[in-house]
Design a binder for this molecule. Structure first.
Ligand code: AMP
Length: 458
């Protein structure tokens, strides 16, 4: 199936052709015909499946086809509500790109920045508004926005919206919408709370489900490194120096952990930046644009901040910490291998993370290839070297180290977080950058493991 079979109008076909899209992704193939018939839609899909184009193309087409001369400034006809600023900006950019030959105007509003530039754009008049919930309600209250003329409403990433506590804001927004409208509702997961919220927004929707969990996991080359917590910083440096990836996204479970990883990398001469909720909006945008334009090769992110990072050339994802929610693993590795591209994902697993690994492998229904020979194997020479430095430093307060001996430890989050910060601290040891060099003289099975897994994925 190619796009021209979907009855998309020429100005949009031309724009997506220029983007290099030839074939619709599954969510696009299923949703575009439904949406062009002006039906409501309940979509179970996540970022990375091509869902933005799935809703943006039909909305642009309707606005284009139904255009009538307007007196005064343009009225807002389509509203897309999404949980994070990064996603909002990304969706706005997609509307601009797909709609570049339609004359349709859009803008984006989000909190955390001054409102002046946003209200100026609104005053000039737009057809499509992309917004995060808080700033939207704020500007409605101040009289800059009216939802009276909305004909198309999209609620994006509904599950994340609820996770972030936006439920009351969403209800208030829904109450302000005209009753006659086309509504689209997207969520990566469909627990009961989401289904009930969908029932309040949608009439009698058509349903579309794409299961990126399996498809994404299958096309990404995945490999697993067993490593002790304390050796993770060095393994990361070692891999970044040997993998030669153009752009690497490293996932840390905590904001503090992300900052520590960045410090360790910078000390080892690897330019890296962190992106997480404690950073200002401007710092996040700057880190993201440095990463997109290639001046920063390594971005270290927490899960929430990483949602919405859309970098088409992303070649490597590193799970520095394994997530305790298996679906998060799939979201993370979906950052590489987006749409039609394939990518690589490397995961570190310490003893305490083994139960998480089990859950992940159950979800993706495959065993991740283990790299059996690498310099920082738990209990190996390099691993013990990290330990020796640490015990030297702790001579004043000697205590036995259990870290190098795998044990069946608990999954309690408190023990995980305290250990994790200890591990990151080891990157500050005097020998850190020296032993990070790939001085390892063993065979290169770790590389073979990696390419074997990629090959299998292809
Ligand atoms: P999304 O799920 O909307 O965030 O899209 C994920 C990525 O896929 C983005 O980088 C899009 O530019 C890209 N994409 C969307 N649709 C297509 C398509 N039909 N062909 C190729 N790439 C696409």
């Amino acid at each position: 199936m190619t796009f021209d079979k979907l009855e998309i109008i020429d100005p949009i076909l031309k724009a997506i052709g220029e983007k290099g899209y030839t074939h619709p992704t599954p969510i696009q193939e299923k949703s575009i015909p439904i949406l062009l018939r002006k039906r409501d839609l309940l979509g179970c899909a996540q970022t990375g499946t091509g869902k933005t184009a799935a809703f943006a193309i039909p909305i642009l087409q309707h606005i284009y086809n139904d255009a009538t001369p307007e007196k005064g400034r343009r009225k807002i006809k389509a509203l897309v509500v999404t949980p994070t600023r990064e996603l909002a900006i990304q969706i706005k950019d997609s509307f601009s790109e797909y709609g570049k030959y339609t004359g349709i105007l859009n803008t984006v509003i989000f909190g955390g920045v001054k409102q002046g530039a946003q209200t100026q754009a609104l005053n000039r008049g737009v057809d499509v508004l992309v917004a995060t919930p808080g700033r939207l309600l704020d500007l409605i209250q101040q009289g800059y926005i009216s939802l009276r003329d909305i004909k198309y409403f999209v609620l994006d990433e509904a599950d994340q919206m609820l996770d972030m506590g936006f439920i009351h804001d969403i209800r208030r927004i829904i109450d302000l919408l005209p009753k006659r409208r086309q509504s689209l509702f997207f969520s990566a997961t469909m627990p009961a709370s989401i289904v009930s919220l969908a029932g309040k927004i949608l009439g009698n929707p058509d349903r579309v489900t794409v299961k990126p969990e399996q498809t994404t996991a299958e096309k990404v080359g995945q490999s697993l490194y067993y490593v002790s917590k304390k050796a993770k910083p060095k393994l990361l440096i070692f891999l970044l120096k040997t993998e030669e990836a153009d752009s690497t996204l490293v996932f840390s479970r905590t904001k503090h952990g992300a900052d520590k990883v960045v410090k360790g990398l910078q000390k080892a001469g690897i330019p890296a930046e962190a992106i997480h909720g404690n950073k200002s909006q401007n710092a996040r945008q700057l880190a993201l644009s440095n990463f997109k334009n290639g001046s920063t090769k390594v971005l270290v992110a927490t899960d929430i901040a990483a949602r919405g990072i859309d970098v088409s050339e992303l070649s490597l994802v590193v799970n520095y910490d394994l997530p305790n929610i298996p679906e998060t693993y799939v979201h993370r590795i979906g950052r590489t291998g987006r749409a039609s591209a394939s990518g690589n994902a490397i995961s570190f697993c310490d003893t305490e993370e083994k139960p998480y690994l089990k859950d992940i492998q159950k979800l993706i229904r495959q065993d991740i290839d283990v790299v059996k020979d690498h310099p920082f194997l738990p209990g190996g020479v390099e691993d013990n070297a990290v330990e020796e430095v640490k015990s030297d430093r702790r001579r004043q307060q000697p205590r036995s180290s259990k870290a190098s001996k795998p044990s069946n430890s608990s999954r309690s989050s408190s023990s995980r977080s305290s250990n994790s910060s200890k591990s990151s601290g080891s990157s500050r040891t005097p020998n850190s950058s020296n032993s990070s060099k790939p001085s390892y003289s063993g065979n290169k099975e770790w590389r073979r493991g990696n390419s074997a897994s990629k090959k299998r994925a292809e």
